[in-house]
Every structure is written in C-alpha cells, then in structure tokens.
Design a protein. Structure first.
Length: 251
C-alpha cells in the first residue's frame, strides 16, 4: 500500500530512541524528510548519523521544557525542509517522583506540544497538514499507581489535540492522537520494570490477549498510517495501539 508519504516533510520531537525514533525511521523509509529534536547532544548526533542512511534527516538539540527553544526548532526546520506537512509530538518527561516533578510533565508533555503546533500552524495550513500527539492508554484508566502526573498530563494533551481537530480541521489540518499501551524497547521503562519488578511485568504481559507487550514499531506503523493520505478522512480520533490491553468499550 502506497501511503503517499514520499516527499512529505515531518517534524518529530523526542526521536533519539524508543517510539519517537521508530516513528522518524518509519517516515524516512516511506520517503519523507525528517527534522527531529531531543535533549542530549551525543544522542542527537548518533541518531542523525544512523538515520541519515535512510534519507534526509536533521537533528536538533532542544530542551522541550524551553518553549522558546521548541519554537526555534520549528522555525529552523521549516527553513531546512522547505515547509512542514507532518508534526508528531512525542516528548515526555516521564512520571514525576514528587509534586515538584509535575512542572516538568506540564512543560514537556503538554506545553511543548502546544507551542510546537502553534509555531508550525502557518506552515501546516499552507498545504493541509497533519498533527499527531502520542498519548497513552494510562490516561483512560487507573493503571499501576493510578492517575499520576504522566497519565494526567497525557490526558490533557489528548484533550487539547482532539479539540484542535475542530479548530485546525477547519483550516485543512487533521489532528489525531495515537495512544500506546505498555511498549517494550531496550532502555525503556518496561525493560527496567522487567529487570526490577518481574512479577508486575509478567502480570501486565499476561493481561494482553496476545500475551506480549507492544513494540515501538507497532506504534510507528500506526502513526505512519494516520499521517498518510490513506487516512485523509480520519480527524479527531484517539487511536489505541495496545494489543487489547485496555478493557474499556467505546461506542
């Protein structure tokens, strides 16, 4: 199936590893050019070198908690790529360990996405673009420790994104959310849970009808479809990618 992504220009935040990296690589493999950002310079350099074998890619060192830096990344990417067709907001500060940590979640998970999309709006509306934010199934249920900072703020960015489906949708820009369930990749949170909390890891794995956690590629494939021409009539949707882990029934 031709997704129609050849020649498209995509921005992906938080793309040196895990889900963001898989998304960037998948879009490159489909023929898109990509600008990505992450916080650590060495990781950005390594990822840029590796992904350059797949296509045109520009890596930027950006602290997502610095909204001016995020907006600067968008502006520079527009110049480098000649515009924007796709914006994927993926950055997250992870669950806060104390109340003070909530500020990082609000800044990185929520406000960096709000500012990034706002900065990209003119370019996106110029030719009819697509926005995707990465949510989580944890925002739809009490999971593990309940409604912690991660799930609560992810719920906020989900609500905001689906609202933009109406606001930006009227300008030709589709806005959707892709919400993964538990996703396993080396160096990720579930790899650490497997190592240090084996019973919890195994019970979570068994809660999946297929008996396995998802992969970063599972999420990237869903994102590639949602941003493609094949999904041109899909707007304002929260697409769950969890292998049936979430037991909620939506009508």
């Amino acid at each position: 199936m031709d997704l129609g992504l050849n020649g498209r220009r995509a921005l992906v935040s938080g793309a040196t590893r895990g889900i963001g990296r898989a998304i960037a690589e998948t879009l490159l493999a489909e023929g898109a050019s990509v600008s990505f950002c992450a916080r650590t310079a060495d990781d950005v350099a390594d990822a840029t070198e590796a992904m350059s074998r797949l296509g045109t890619v520009h890596g930027h060192v950006v602290d997502a908690a610095d909204t001016d830096a995020v907006r600067g990344w968008v502006a520079e990417s527009i110049e480098q790529l000649g515009g924007i067709d796709i914006y994927v907001h993926n950055t997250s500060a992870g669950p806060a360990r104390d109340l003070a940590g909530w500020s990082a979640n609000v800044a990185v998970d929520l406000m960096s996405g709000v500012h990034g999309v706002d900065a990209a709006t003119d370019a996106l509306t110029d030719g009819g673009g697509v926005v995707v934010t990465i949510g989580t199934t944890a925002s739809a249920e009490h999971f593990a420790t309940g409604a912690n900072s991660y799930s609560a703020v992810k719920a906020a960015i989900t609500n905001w994104t689906l609202g933009q489906a109406q606001v930006l949708g009227a300008k030709g820009v589709r806005c959707n959310v892709v919400s993964p369930g538990p996703i396993y990749f080396e160096g990720g949170s579930w790899a650490m849970i497997e190592q240090h909390m084996k019973p919890f890891f195994e019970s979570t794995q068994q809660a999946h009808p297929g008996g396995r956690l998802g992969s970063a590629q599972d999420v990237a494939d869903a994102v590639a479809f949602v941003v493609s021409d094949r999904a041109r009539h899909i707007n304002g949707v929260n697409l769950t990618v969890d292998g049936g882990f979430l037991k909620r029934v939506d009508y």
